[in-house]
Design a protein around this ligand. Structure first.
Ligand code: FRU
Length: 490
């Protein structure tokens, strides 16, 4: 316990010491969750408990690298205003000596129960993974279970890459998914079962690389999540090691989902093909929970493992979470939209209707900024090409370019000229339609672009200059009808 107090105190000291510098960074978001200090990665322990959304994140307080991981704790009644509950879990015990890794939470007997992976590097330098439990009666003070670890090792045939428990209840039994790797270096998701949350038995393999109709899909599957919407089950997972295929899988690691049906007796899931959840650059390790109104809400990490070169490093912090997204299933496809609660963030409004963009590049009066929600609705005809430059400098040399071509149905986000550090281009094909609706959230150093009411989303970090705040509309060699444009400052 002394050890625990020391670990908490030193993290809190780190916040006190550096918060001034961290908050002086122009790239700090205004309406996203970012670490007080240090590095943030996966959202963890997301649960609706006693009237609050509780959300934790993987946290390394002492530097902007992936070091000794803690959980940082926040809670909110509305997904907009978050209260800091500071340190959630600290790696104080032998079974978590090298970090409290990712996990989830549920409500059980009026308590919040937390499940996570204790990461250990043993004296030979080898990895050991322990699945652990903690609980909280008041949702503030958290105690680790005396019987930890509750799963002491990976099953036979698997390596110690065995982590990220996601727990839920189904028909009076508890189930846990775990990300895993076989001895042959194939990624897997495993299903465990328990009657009491303490004793767990392996049910079987849910899915993985080169099984269940999947092709080679990587050497490790991290951060699994599973839930049902209507009569379908959705499995989310983050495979590492999928080869890029044209416009698909262009990021270092992937975050995506399968739709199908889980057999709770065998653990096997019958499912369709793997789909990327987000088409942008920085989106990983998402986690969802069901809230009081039966909505399935998901947060993602707006980052990517091994992407550690960003200018915010000089100000002592790194990465942030995405906005919350409500998930809905239409046939086999997940749609993502932001919850209505975010409208509370809206301040000043500018709006125009029926603008012809006729073979030109133009701006609209008062459409300008770096912290806003922008909604654009276009009419689309055949052979049209629409461009939008966001965070554009006065001399037009710096910008993030969005483009949609109705000839190919390809939507492109190009950050080659976006600013410091990050570059590249991402694309995806949209369903054919005669409308294009974009809902764009800009928050200093991030963009989230929701297309056609959540059909696709592009999430990315950008590091433009402070002065680059113009928005430009482009129609080259054609005329484009912008039916409506609305900008809300946030
Ligand atoms: C995903 C991940 C998880 C792990 C955590 C450690 O980003 O690698 O698998 O639990 O990060 O911080």
């Amino acid at each position: 316990m002394i050890e625990e107090k020391k670990l908490i105190d030193s993290a809190l000291e780190e916040i006190d010491k550096k918060i001034g510098v961290v908050e002086s960074d122009y790239y700090r978001p205004v309406f996203h969750i970012a670490p007080k200090v240090g590095l943030l990665n996966d959202p963890n322990g997301f649960v609706f408990f006693n009237g609050y959304y509780h959300l934790f994140y993987q946290w390394h307080p002492f530097s902007t690298n992936h070091g000794l991981k803690y959980w940082y704790h926040l809670r909110s009644k509305d997904l907009v205003n978050w209260e800091d509950l500071r340190v959630g879990l600290v790696p104080a015990n032998w079974y978590e000596s090298h970090g409290c890794y990712s996990g989830s939470a549920i409500e059980y007997n009026d308590e919040m129960r937390i499940f996570y992976t204790g990461n250990v590097k043993n004296s030979e330098g080898n990895r050991e993974s322990y699945q652990c439990m903690a609980s909280s009666k008041d949702g503030i003070n958290i105690e680790k279970n005396m019987q930890n670890p509750i799963i002491k090792s990976q099953p036979k045939g698997y390596t110690a890459h065995f982590r990220d428990p996601k727990v839920w209840k189904e028909n009076n039994l508890f189930y846990m998914l775990l990300g895993a790797q076989t001895d042959d270096l194939e990624g897997r998701v495993l299903l465990y079962r328990s009657e009491n949350l303490r004793d767990w038995e392996l049910v079987g393999v849910v899915s993985g690389s080169n099984i269940n109709g999947n092709k080679a899909m990587g050497y490790m599957w991290e951060c699994p999540d599973l839930f049902s919407i209507g009569d379908k089950d959705v499995l989310i997972t983050c495979p590492q090691g999928i080869k890029e295929q044209d416009i698909l899988y262009n990021n270092r690691y992937q975050a995506g989902y399968f739709t199908g049906k889980l057999d709770y007796r065998t653990g096997a899931m019958e499912h369709g093909s793997f789909n990327e959840l987000d088409r942008g650059f920085e989106f990983y390790a998402p986690q969802s929970c069901e809230d009081y109104s039966s909505r399935r809400v998901m947060y993602g990490w707006m980052g990517m493992p091994e992407e550690e070169e960003q200018p915010t490093k000089d100000f002592g912090w790194m990465h942030m979470l995405t906005l919350p997204r409500i998930l809905e299933l239409k046939e086999e496809k997940l749609y993502q939209r932001v919850p209505k609660e975010l409208e509370k963030l809206r301040k000043e409004k500018v709006s125009v209707e029926n603008v012809d963009i006729n073979n030109c590049e133009m701006t609209l009066e008062n459409f300008y900024g770096d912290v806003y929600e922008l909604i654009l609705e276009f009419d689309i005809e055949e052979s049209q090409d629409i461009g939008i430059k966001l965070r554009c400098s006065a001399d037009d040399s710096e910008y993030t370019l969005l483009n949609f071509s109705s000839k190919t149905n390809l939507f492109t986000v190009d950050r080659t000229s976006s600013g410091k550090y990050l570059g590249g281009k991402r694309q995806c094909k949209l369903n054919i339609s005669n409308k294009l609706k974009l809902q764009i959230f800009s928050d200093r150093s991030s963009l989230e672009i929701f297309i056609n009411d959540g059909e696709e989303v592009f999430t990315l970090r950008i590091f433009p200059s402070i002065e680059s705040k113009n928005i430009r509309f482009i129609a080259k060699d054609n005329k484009v009808q912008l039916n409506k444009a609305t900008l809300w400052t946030y």
